[in-house]
Write a protein that binds this ligand. Structure first.
Ligand code: ADP
Ligand code: MG
Length: 297
């Protein structure tokens, strides 16, 4: 489920590099899904220089691009996201999505001197077409060769949060300047010869429906507390076995219901915040471990 995130100043060569990569990957027999803001912006009915002047408009298309990229992540096809991707937090969200999908990804940063980018921009001559949203055929819409105004160009350069090779969400990072050859083989191998990122707590899905999970967990822990209290009541001391398992709750003989319930609430609160990695059948064991280690200190 490889994803290539392209990032760079306006007119830094992102689309040029995206096409190079697409061609290279095709020679390797890979299907490539190229998602480009050059098409998404006019399709959403926005003109290039109006769009970048309005953060609300940007938000809409950015979020569409992200959803589309995530939707297309699958085993073999390569998704190339050709857009400014200038917000660090946005790149982080994509990274989490790739991780959750057990995919691989890399970032291609099109480095360039600002003056050079402006020079490239000035070579663009296309006029913005009137977008006709009532037309069914919007497949040819593309604003790639429409120049940015000076104002928008400067604003975009100012807002740009450069990718860094030591940030985990920008890793592995490939940097290419206009005069450089693109390291296509390196990118290919980063995507196909490396193991997918292991999912962690923050990128795993909550088990079953979250409300149901919490309810069940509440019931299971209540039952264990009730069992301990009733054996204490009838004078049984020492470890109390948990029904249906071979684990035992090993608590001080003088523990009372208030203390136990306080611990139970702590456990539930902790689990709510970290409620991702365990299935329900592990709950009794985790709760008992929690009790044993918090009562015997
Ligand atoms: P971006 O997608 O980042 O806005 P493009 O890839 O569309 O940038 O490139 C902007 C302009 O600069 C285009 O006209 C393109 O032909 C030109 N260009 C891009 N890369 C180079 C390069 N390495 N050498 C010369 N011209 C380039
Ligand atoms: Mg472009």
């Amino acid at each position: 489920m490889p994803l290539i995130i392209i990032s760079g100043f306006p007119s830094s060569g992102k689309t040029t590099r995206a096409k190079q990569l697409q061609e290279f990957l095709a020679t390797k027999g890979k299907q490539v899904k190229l998602i480009s803001e050059n098409a998404a912006i006019p399709k959403a009915g926005f003109k290039k220089n109006v769009y970048y002047a309005d953060s609300q408009k940007e938000k809409i298309v950015r979020s569409d691009l992200k959803s589309e990229a995530i939707r297309l992540l699958n085993k073999d096809d390569v998704v190339i996201l050709d857009a400014g991707n200038y917000i660090k937090g946005y790149r982080y969200e994509l990274f989490c999505a790739t991780k959750a999908a057990r995919g691989t990804q890399c970032t291609l940063f099109c480095g360039i001197q600002k003056d050079k980018a402006w020079e490239f921009n000035c070579q663009r001559t296309e006029e913005e077409k009137e977008t006709n949203l009532t037309s069914d055929d919007d497949s040819n819409l593309n604003n790639s060769n429409v120049p940015y105004t000076r104002e928008i160009f400067d604003a975009l350069c100012m807002r740009f949060e450069e990718p860094h090779g030591n940030c985990r969400w920008d890793k592995p990072l490939f940097v290419v300047f206009p005069e450089d050859n693109l390291d296509c083989e390196g990118i290919y191998s980063a995507l196909f010869d490396s193991a997918p990122l292991p999912p962690n707590m923050s990128t795993q899905n909550a088990p079953i429906s979250a409300t149901n999970y919490l309810f069940e967990m509440d019931q299971l822990t209540q039952q264990i507390v009730a069992d301990v209290m009733s054996s204490r009541k009838i004078g049984i001391t020492g470890p109390v076995p948990v029904k249906g398992s071979n684990i035992k709750v090993d608590l001080p003989d003088n523990i009372n219901a208030i203390q136990l319930n306080r611990l139970r609430r702590q456990f539930l609160n902790y689990s709510k915040m970290h409620s991702t990695s365990s299935t329900l059948d592990k709950v009794p064991q985790l709760f008992v471990q929690f009790l044993n280690s918090n009562c015997n200190v």
